[in-house]
Design a protein around this ligand. Structure first.
Ligand SMILES: [Zn+2]
Length: 415
């Protein structure tokens, strides 16, 4: 992809090396690598499945305090944050990673070191992100950098799965002072997520009367058959390739082993569908709902006795959103990665916490955790910390160029 950063932004981003305290913070992130890793390993042992983040929130809050924030709050949603006050009138910037992991409690047993890798479920996603938030705070404190705007250091709840970025949503609804946002999530340091893929997850339960497989046959319609009809119709829906639009029936539940000779009373399917375009997402939703309604009607008419109805539960409802790929925050992230010697990569679409600011029109990106990693969302998850501080340095510099540094660097959001 050809991508050009404006000269004015390039020039603005080239000045930081002349300020000793900014260089000091930059170098601190390298020197602090062992501490960062130590906190990452402490945090990973505190399990935090989505909706059960309390214990990890407590530990993270304590770490924020130790890193130098005296106003740390765990709010009513569980979001855990502290604010580093700016010295001037600059934009308020959010730096966040998510507290929750995809693993149920009891999954994490121990940390295994093997061949330079650290194995543990959740070691990267997003435990490393949390450790990075803490390290960047320490770097700014250590170098006594005075930012112009406030910086909020945040661990969010409910990012994964049916959490659906709920923590980030709730936080931004309550903190309308946020002018820019960096989320830390994802592998390596090359990727820049600046768009928001729209995501819907719904559960649909088809309902009927039920009865004996032979005795009730012909007298009642079969909700499981209705669900199957719906799935077959959904399977045939055509979607555009661009903007990328996808769907999957991801769950099908009906009946049980003692009821193998029964017509069930209800059958539930779950459907996850996504699009990088909001219009396409809404069109797809209309088609899915039409498929469900037709399926109910067909199964009802097949027998002409009782009526199959359905009930819909919303799990995730995140709008799609686009941010100009030439927005200053995107250009700055791109240039910083490139100027530190790496190859930046703009992601197409994205399902990260940055989706929330982006759909609200707030400049926002998600940047990677640094280092290298694999097996994310599996029990074989591993992290290799080699040169991981370089990812931190990118985020640190972007953060300072968003918040501004008093009398030294003007925020790129207002140049
Ligand atoms: Zn994550």
């Amino acid at each position: 992809m050809s991508y050009k950063v404006d000269e004015i932004i390039k020039e603005h981003l080239s000045n930081w090396r002349q300020y000793p305290e900014i260089v000091k913070g930059f170098e601190f992130l390298h020197a602090d690598a062992e501490n960062t890793l130590k906190q990452q390993m402490e945090l990973v042992l505190v399990e935090a499945p989505t909706f059960e983040e309390e214990e990890r929130a407590q530990v993270f809050a304590q770490m924020l305090k130790e890193a130098g924030l005296d106003n740390v709050i765990i709010d009513e949603d569980g979001n855990t944050f502290g604010i580093l006050k700016g010295k001037g009138e600059g934009p308020t910037i959010l730096l966040e990673a998510h507290l929750d992991t995809v693993f149920p409690k009891g999954t994490v047993k121990e940390i295994v070191h093997k061949d330079g890798r650290i194995y543990c479920p959740g070691i990267n996603d997003d435990t490393r992100g949390l450790a990075n938030v803490l390290a960047i705070l320490r770097a700014i404190k250590h170098a006594q950098i005075e930012t112009t705007g406030d910086i909020i250091f945040l661990g969010t709840v409910e990012e994964e799965g049916i959490g659906g970025f709920g923590g980030m949503k709730k936080f931004l609804a309550k903190h309308q002072e946020v002018d820019g946002s960096i989320s830390i999530d994802g592998a390596g340091l090359n990727g820049i997520v600046y768009e928001a893929t729209g995501i819907r997850t719904i559960a649909v339960t088809f309902k009927g009367i039920g009865g004996h497989a032979m005795g009730a046959f012909g007298h009642v319609a079969n909700p499981l058959h209705a669900a199957a009809r719906a799935v077959a119709k959904i399977a045939d829906i055509e979607v555009p390739a661009d903007p990328r639009t996808t769907y999957a029936v991801s769950n099908f539940h009906a009946g049980n082993d003692t009821g193998v000779h029964a017509i069930v009373k209800d059958a539930t399917i779950k459907i996850n569908f996504r699009s990088n375009g909001q219009k396409e997402l809404e069109e797809l939703e209309a088609k899915i709902i039409a498929a469900i309604e037709e399926a109910c009607q067909e199964e009802t008419e097949r027998w002409g006795k009782d009526t199959i109805t359905y009930e819909l539960i919303d799990y995730v409802d995140n709008r799609a959103g686009t941010q100009d790929k030439n927005a200053p925050i995107v250009q700055a992230a791109f240039h910083l990665i490139e100027s530190l010697g790496f190859e930046p990569r703009l992601a197409q679409g994205g399902s990260t916490n940055a989706s929330i600011p982006v759909t609200l029109g707030i400049p926002g990106v998600t940047l990677g955790r640094g280092g290298s990693e694999g097996g994310v969302h599996t029990v074989n998850e591993w992290f290799d910390p080699t040169d991981a501080h370089k990812g931190l340095q990118v985020i640190y510099l972007l953060l300072l160029h968003l918040a501004g540094v008093e009398n030294k660097i003007t925020s790129i959001l207002i140049i």
